[in-house]
Design a protein around this ligand. Structure first.
Ligand SMILES: C[S@@+](CC[C@H](N)C(=O)[O-])C[C@H]1O[C@@H](n2cnc3c(N)ncnc32)[C@H](O)[C@@H]1O
Length: 241
């Protein structure tokens, strides 16, 4: 799971006791060697599905981290390839990682909050990967509204998630145990570190997007093994053309 150049147990423990921003600032140099970074096989499959080289003017990756998806988005963009994240440490890594990514659009790494993004109808494509666990269920509506605010009319929001998981599915047990440990951690330690698995499912996210007027397309069977059970969702702002 963790590569040899990844963080030690003590570094992870130290990071988990911080708030989100400080935690990611500390983890940033070693983040790519953790299982929390979205694998390139997922990002490549999504990127190929979304279009060809320079097929859109502008792309935004929300919660871009070290630039995993920004790297692939650059291939798609003609004029702007933006990553938004709350951690400057992660953004610094993203700038390095994407400097030589295939494509022509200038990269912009912007520090900001995904729940209050500093963009207004500027992007043809918004993506978000591996970050939904950082939003509480009550914040998901705000997150979707933020994405809508960033997109041009007819723009697309693409992400990967999973269908609702039964309470009795043993495969989800490690995630439920992690969530329980996080609840305890956040009850006794301030500042909180919000990271809960199994949220923003296909069903809940689709309902939120449709309520905001998106047309939602759920694709199954797009992602390679061992990720083939995951869904790729592409939601178009307003009616799909
Ligand atoms: C698990 S990492 C995922 C990074 C990258 N998207 C990937 O898939 O590899 C989550 C990232 O979300 C960022 N993040 C969490 N909450 C955020 C918020 N409200 N606004 C902006 N960034 C946020 C963190 O700083 C971190 O870089």
């Amino acid at each position: 799971m963790f590569q040899p150049d990844g963080p030690t147990f003590w570094e992870l423990l130290d990071q988990s006791l911080c708030n989100l921003e400080d935690g990611y600032d500390k983890l940033a140099p070693k983040f790519d060697a953790t299982p929390f970074r979205t694998p390139d096989v997922i990002l490549e499959a999504v990127s190929n599905h979304l279009g060809g080289e320079q097929s859109v003017d502008s792309t935004l990756d929300m919660c871009c981290g070290t630039g995993a998806a920004m790297y692939w988005n650059r291939r798609l963009a003609r004029h702007r390839n933006v990553g938004l994240d709350g951690s400057q440490g992660m953004l610094d890594q993203a700038a390095k990682h994407c400097a030589n990514a295939p494509g022509i659009a200038p990269n912009e790494c912007v520090k900001g909050d995904a729940l209050a993004p500093p963009f207004h109808e500027e992007f043809d494509l918004v993506t978000c990967f591996g970050a939904f666990g950082h939003f509480l269920p009550r914040e998901e509506k705000e997150l979707v509204a933020g994405v809508k605010q960033c997109l041009k009319p007819g723009g697309r929001f693409a992400y990967v998630t999973h269908p609702e998981i039964s309470k009795f599915d043993v495969k989800a047990l490690p995630y439920r145990l992690f969530n329980a440990a996080m609840l305890v951690r956040n009850a006794v330690i301030d500042p909180p570190f919000v990271m809960y698995y199994l949220g923003f499912t296909t069903e809940t996210s689709t309902a939120l997007l449709e309520a905001e007027g998106f047309t939602v397309d759920v694709q199954t069977g797009i992602l390679p093994a061992p990720f083939s059970r995951l869904h790729m969702v592409v939601a178009t702002k307003g009616d799909a053309q």
